[in-house]
Design a protein. Structure first.
Length: 377
């Protein structure tokens, strides 16, 4: 991917060989019933991409909405965790049948993959998922990925398929992610406000860009919203992956994109190593380490986090856990894998190397969080 990339290039096999397409609940399901005619046009678009040489992965929402309708559950099946999990169990079958039928009619094989947050947070399971995706794509299948809401709880779930799509793109080594949504893209203020303007190109998700998001889902069906899409863009850009948002409500949304080019594209501003991209995309830190101003400056120059600069420890964790790194004003600096347990971190916070050895009873490690196991925000 290069700086001159345009949104429509994401559906050009010459510019984007491997593409992840995310489909939101509001697009696929209306009043509890699948939008079959719309799905047929999208499947046709995806089959055209596939025939042109693109490798396509679909990340599809809709299981809970479909299952809730079949079970007669109120509030779209989201009244309680148990109802959401039950609805997902029923809806996953229906969702897989929808995609399998749509692709089979065009000579393509659909492959269902259900994942939880832990499948992509744990390094070994992440690599297993990556290998499965690679094998399926090599055999010409179209993986259809969804969060396994039938078993995921609030503590171990993505909660939205926007971030899941970005993580799947990382695992698959994709070139691009395209989020089909019920909004046209990122606006400089809520689209309902007078004078709101579409932001067509973003080079780096800065705090100013984040301030434009309202964090809500307009349809009420999904669980994402623009804030989740910006978080997905951050995950993608770290791995050198471009991400686009388009309005997917009309029929044949990819054909419409080819004709109009309208939406928002987020260009990658960095390309971390595969391992650091995985580390930076992890979403569930087990604790927070707050450091002093001197440590902030050192981290900015690429140094490791040393105990001398550590001022506060939050959470309970063991060595090797993912922790978030914060500055003295609460600003998020990044995250990394910690070399000590939470109790040990509290014991050595602010101490010199000699003092650490006396406190721990053994020679201290080189760092609390080594720079090789750390990524900046």
């Amino acid at each position: 991917m290069v700086a001159d990339l345009k949104l429509a290039d994401l559906i050009d096999p010459a510019r984007c060989r491997r593409l992840v397409v995310k489909v939101g609940s509001a697009l696929l399901v209306e009043r509890g019933a699948p939008r079959r005619e719309w799905l047929e046009t999208l499947a046709r678009d995806l089959a055209t991409l596939h025939a042109g040489g693109s490798e396509v992965i679909v990340v599809s929402s809709g299981a809970i909405a479909l299952g809730a309708a079949r079970l007669g559950l109120a509030k779209g099946g989201r009244a309680s965790l148990a109802e959401a999990q039950g609805a997902a169990s029923v809806g996953q079958v229906a969702l897989a049948q929808l995609w399998a039928g749509a692709f089979e009619a065009r000579g393509l094989i659909a492959a269902q993959m259900l994942v939880t947050l832990g499948d992509l947070e744990d390094r070994r399971r992440y690599l297993n998922a990556a290998a499965t995706l690679e094998m399926l794509l090599a055999r010409g299948a179209v993986p259809v990925v969804n969060e396994n809401d039938s078993v995921a709880t609030e503590e171990i779930r993505f909660g939205d398929n926007d971030r899941l799509a970005a993580r799947v793109a990382q695992a698959a080594g994709a070139d691009g992610v395209l989020l089909l949504s019920d909004v046209e893209g990122l606006y400089d203020r809520p689209p309902s406000e007078p004078g709101a303007a579409l932001v067509e190109r973003v080079e780096g998700v800065t705090p100013e860009i984040v301030a434009m998001a309202d964090g809500g889902s307009g349809s009420g069906l999904g669980s994402g919203g623009m804030l989740a899409k910006l978080q997905a863009a951050r995950i993608a850009e770290r791995a050198g992956i471009a991400l686009g948002i388009i309005d997917g409500r009309a029929e044949a949304p990819l054909s419409r994109l080819r004709a109009s080019g309208r939406g928002t594209i987020f260009l990658p501003v960095r390309s971390d190593s595969a391992r650091k991209a995985w580390l930076g995309g992890r979403l569930a830190p087990e604790g927070v380490l707050t450091v002093d101003a001197g440590c902030v400056a050192a981290l900015g120059e690429g140094a490791s986090l040393l105990a001398a600069g550590l001022v506060e420890v939050e959470g309970t964790f063991q060595r090797g856990a993912l922790v978030s790194l914060h500055g003295p004003k609460g600003e998020r600096l990044g995250q990394g894998l910690v070399e000590y347990s939470s109790d040990e971190c509290r014991a050595i916070a602010g101490l010199s190397t000699r003092e650490q050895e006396a406190r721990l009873g053994y020679a201290p490690r080189a760092a609390v969080v080594h720079r090789d196991h750390m990524v900046r925000a």
